[in-house]
Ligand binder design. Structure first.
Ligand code: HEC
Length: 106
């Protein structure tokens, strides 16, 4: 009986984490440097020359895999871009990749 309760509890916790809105994760953890729209028109963006993730060329040059790895492992060139693999679930990172894909200016 106890076991079953623990299982139900952990399942519902996982569902809550998954349902957390990606846009909110972006606002809370990424926006301060990358900007609301990903163009990095922020103080940090200017100082650190953060690439404009609304640019079509940027999207052409970055595969989903590459973006995912960047978020999970951080930048090897710039420690300001920290690894997020301990702070976000793989599902959250996948949703962020999709969120970033949606930033391309049409
Ligand atoms: C403290 C500032 C800061 C925060 C917060 C931050 N980043 Fe970054 N990010 C950077 C910097 C600086 C770079 C450029 C790194 C480099 O030149 O290698 C970067 C680069 C990236 C890149 C790769 C860009 C490229 O052209 O290769 C991705 C993707 C990215 N960030 C996603 C995110 C996501 C998603 C979040 C939130 C979960 C986030 N970043 C939070 C500073 C930040």
């Amino acid at each position: 009986m106890k076991m079953r309760f623990a299982l139900v509890l952990s399942l519902s916790l996982a569902a809550t984490a998954y349902a957390e809105d990606t846009a909110d994760v972006w606002k809370a953890k990424c926006k301060s440097c990358h900007g609301e729209d990903g163009a990095a028109k922020t103080k940090m963006g200017e100082k650190e020359k953060i690439p404009d993730m609304t640019s079509a060329t940027w999207h052409k040059n970055h595969s989903d895999e590459k973006i995912r790895e960047y978020i999970a492992e951080g930048s090897k060139k710039n420690p300001k871009m920290k690894p997020f693999k301990d702070k976000l679930t793989p599902e959250q990172i996948d949703s962020l990749v999709k969120h970033i894909r949606g930033m391309e200016a049409k």
